[in-house]
Design a protein around this ligand. Sequence first.
Ligand code: CTP
Ligand code: MG
Length: 227
Amino acid sequence: MDYIVMMPAAGSGQRMGAGYNKLFLMLGNKPILIHTLEVFEKDPACKGVFLAVKQEEQSEIQAVLDQYKIAKVSRFVNGGSERQYSVAACIESYDGDDIVLVHDAARPFIHQAVITELVRTAAKYGAAIAGVQAKDTMKLAPLGVVEETVDRETLWIIQTPQAFQIKVLRKASNQAKSDSFLGTDESMLVERLGYPVRIVESTYDNVKMTTQEDIVFGEILLERQRK
Ligand code: CTP
Ligand code: MG
């Protein structure tokens, strides 16, 4: 089933500490951004990518896309001051009715099988998000003192991609905007309207490149792929 991607890439990578947008950092012999885009470049079901970027980085990003022959970026959108606003800008500039897959540019190791299952599930039920089960013992301790040990079988660590029927995502995004609600993912916006959101089991290697340690892990994952 066809889908389009809305990809926020307009961050500044503060926690990575490179001094510039971490998406330009090399992982193996390619920038992180290119690794992520290549997943969709290879998927015939992906009809295009809306890429939210900082206006001042657009020409540099275009040059990198040309260098690595990325052809699926169908539109640049001006990113916002928060990730949610960058995704909202993509939603506002889209007038089609395909399934939408929101995916962080900073997650280069997403598996094709997970993407396919997310799109299928969202088409059927409205919303589907990638997650993995918690591996460690999980405790609720809002003030640093344990209130409860939570059954980890019931807890999921949520990633992107997150897939939605566009009408669901648009409604949730518009409502968040009018309520000035800021969430940490698009699913939160959908959940607060009462829509069911299904979890699709993803993989532990779908890490977000956030701090220097993630780059070390990413290099090891690339090595594994080469074997
Ligand atoms: N992002 C975005 N617009 C923003 C902030 C983030 O499009 N205003 C994008 C990032 O480029 C990244 C994804 O959202 O692909 C996930 O965000 P995160 O990992 O937090 O990246 P940064 O915001 O760049 O990093 P940091 O929070 O450490 O500054
Ligand atoms: Mg951020």
